[in-house]
Design a protein around this ligand. Structure first.
Ligand code: ASP
Length: 317
């Protein structure tokens, strides 16, 4: 596993939540909370990252993650540049590392990378200059650490202590980096119970998600849960032949108001988006009173501000 810390123990990269200590995650969440912006309020701004250059390199599509990393950097006074990597030099055969070396020569300090191939982030982190940080914006099906943090922040805001909670993660668990990072953070914060609910074909391998309870029907799995975390069907990560038909999937695994009624009456509903409405979730639920999907989006900026501020602390000291 890649070493994510500097020699003095401070956080340098954030590629995975695996291996982080509970107090490190708590600190990031506390710092994020300072940047949370109430609806209608003006966002918190500072010049904490003045003079820092951040490059967003995305080789897979993204809306929320890219925009929120960009806003996070700008709200802290950094200069942020977005590169659609498949459209620029990488498409002409230049490797990711060559792109990184070019950007390093232009004095970039932080690289925010999303890539579909496992291992690219650690590879880049292993080759950048000592003062440079690499942050994951989503790596293959493996991890999405800032999403895990924003999910934990959202659950805390709405439900208080994570220790008391039964959390259900529902849907395409097999292909989901969101689910893997959620699992790591909720386990670290000692959730009372984590349930996985999926059709057998979308369940992760038995050696993953240790300690979780597994259910193959929503009706059983949702009984009395406090948090229902829905996942998108990741069509791009399976072969066309293995694709479940949308309408049929919704019949059995779609989150409808009736099914949600099995959960605790004050349960919250989450989704990382983009949503397939009418496939994994009914619009009445996605837009209903128990949905916290929009607070997940605004918390995404706060969490990314906290992460950027943490890794860039040495550069601005
Ligand atoms: N936006 C999230 C991700 O990048 C979730 C999704 O795409 O389903 O993983």
């Amino acid at each position: 596993m890649i070493e994510q810390r500097h020699e003095d123990g401070s956080l340098r990269h954030l590629i995975t939540l695996e291996g982080l200590r509970r107090e490190e995650v708590e600190q990031l969440l506390q710092r994020s909370q300072r940047y949370v912006c109430a609806p209608g309020a003006r966002p918190v701004r500072s010049q904490a990252l003045r003079g820092i250059q951040i490059a967003n390199l995305f080789t897979e599509p993204s809306t929320r993650t890219r925009v929120s990393f960009e806003l996070a950097g700008r709200r802290l006074g950094a200069e942020v540049v977005n590169l659609e990597v498949q459209l620029s030099s990488r498409a002409k055969g230049e490797s990711m590392l060559d792109t990184i070396y070019t950007l390093q020569a232009l004095h970039f300090d932080v690289f925010v990378i999303r890539d579909a191939e496992p291992g690219v982030l650690a590879h880049v982190a292993g080759h950048v200059s000592p003062q440079v940080s690499v942050l994951s914006a989503g790596e293959a099906h493996l991890s999405h650490p800032t999403q895990g943090l924003l999910d934990a922040l959202t659950v805390r805001q709405h439900k208080g202590h994570i220790e008391a909670l039964r959390i259900a993660i529902v849907g395409d668990l097999r292909h989901s980096r969101v689910a893997r990072s959620a699992y790591h953070v909720f386990r670290l914060l000692e959730a009372h119970e984590i349930r996985l609910i999926a059709p057998p074909a979308l369940m992760p391998e038995p050696d993953e998600f240790a300690g979780c309870l597994r259910f193959t029907t929503l009706e059983e799995g949702l009984e009395e849960v406090d948090v229902v975390m829905m996942l998108r069907i990741q069509k791009e990560r399976f072969s066309a032949a293995a694709l479940p038909d949308g309408a049929e999937y919704f019949q059995r695994y779609g989150l409808t108001p009736d099914r949600l009624a099995r959960a605790h009456p004050e349960a919250i509903v989450m989704h990382p988006q983009p949503m397939n409405r009418g496939v994994e979730i009914a619009s009445e639920v996605a837009d209903g009173p128990q949905s916290v999907i929009r607070s997940q989006v605004s918390n995404g900026v706060a969490v990314r501000m906290a992460v950027l501020e943490t890794v860039a602390a040495r550069l601005t000291a």
